[in-house]
Ligand binder design. Structure first.
Ligand SMILES: Nc1ncnc2c1ncn2[C@@H]1O[C@H](COP(=O)(O)OP(=O)(O)O)[C@@H](O)[C@H]1O
Ligand SMILES: [Mg+2]
Length: 225
């Protein structure tokens, strides 16, 4: 899916202060490409990602997904968007330790009340591709960091998302697993028709992206490759 932000600003306010994090952002993300979002800690990378995925309503401006304005969506439409179109990968993976690998991966389908049997083929293909089939019945706490991340990727892909948002996905990985992550992202992009947005501290990842978005001082700079 393509994503467009028009004059987007965001501030967090409480009764005492108001902190402007993003100011007048305009960007367009094309379908099927990988974008890297970089910038110092606290610069608003996660805020931008949450706005792109419809998890956070910006205080000003419009967000369009495939030219539909999601900033006008009802709560129900937003929930549908998140359940059916947007896949999220978090730094700490947000897996549920007392569920098995299989149950973690199927969780988004259960939440969205989908018919799980319709996803069996996709599930088996992901288990094979991510090399976690033999861990299917293990609990998440029994896995290594790299394996946990692959479970998180499988959980994100099970719904066949059209946008994948990853917040510091390699933050906990060594360089070997970071390389594996990148080649996985590239192969996913080939097979799933999806747009990938990766927030990262690790500027090495930018080499593998189509475009880098650098946030600093509330505004953004788009670096073409
Ligand atoms: N829910 C929130 N409420 C209030 N302030 C927030 C909230 N989320 C983030 N912030 C503030 O907004 C700024 C940007 O945060 P964030 O988008 O998480 O930055 P980054 O991901 O680049 O580290 C930070 O100063 C942070 O403290
Ligand atoms: Mg962040």
């Amino acid at each position: 899916m393509s994503i467009k932000l028009e004059n987007v600003s965001h501030s967090y306010a409480n009764e005492f202060t108001k902190e402007m994090v993003l100011s007048n952002i305009n960007i367009e993300l094309e379908n099927g490409k990988i974008y890297c979002v970089v910038g110092p800690s606290g610069s608003g990378k996660s805020t931008l990602l949450n706005i792109i995925g419809g998890l956070l309503h910006p205080t000003e401006g419009q967000v369009f997904i495939d030219s539909e304005e999601i900033t006008n969506f009802s709560q129900k439409q937003l929930a549908d968007l998140r359940l059916n179109k947007v896949g999220y990968i978090f730094q700490n993976y947000n897996l549920i330790p007392f569920l098995t690998v299989k149950d973690n991966i199927l969780l988004p389908l259960r939440i969205a009340k989908k018919n799980i049997s319709e996803y069996k083929e996709n599930y088996e293909a992901l288990m094979k591709r991510l090399q976690i089939k033999d861990k299917e019945n293990a609990y998440v706490y029994q896995l290594s960091g790299g394996q946990q991340q692959r479970v998180a990727i499988a959980r994100c892909l099970i719904i066949r998302p059209e946008i994948i948002l990853a917040d510091e996905p390699t933050g906990n990985l060594d360089s070997e697993n970071t390389k594996k992550f990148i080649s996985l992202v590239q192969s996913i992009l080939k097979d799933f028709n999806t747009t990938f947005v990766i927030v990262t501290h690790d500027e090495r990842l930018c080499d593998y992206c189509n475009q880098t978005i650098r946030i600093g001082d509330r505004s953004i700079e788009i670096l073409k490759k």
